[in-house]
Design a protein around this ligand. Structure first.
Ligand SMILES: [Zn+2]
Length: 65
């Protein structure tokens, strides 16, 4: 469906695209392509396009900042 989420890196503050299905996996870490940091999505200061409550239900309606 081409849905993606944007995760902000807590280290370098850059936004990068991840798959929402990736974020819904328990214990997974996001990997920043800019500074090579790995961090759990909970540590991101900002995630756009994905919410935990809607994981698995599609992200329609979750594209709010
Ligand atoms: Zn980074």
């Amino acid at each position: 469906m081409g849905i993606c989420a944007y995760v902000r890196c807590p280290r370098c503050r850059q936004d990068f695209v991840v798959s929402p299905s990736l974020l819904s996996v328990e214990g997974i870490k996001a990997h920043c392509p800019f500074c090579d940091a790995s961090f759990p999505p909970e540590e991101s200061p900002r995630i756009v396009g994905w919410k935990k409550e809607t994981a698995g239900l599609g992200v329609a309606g979750a594209l709010r900042d």
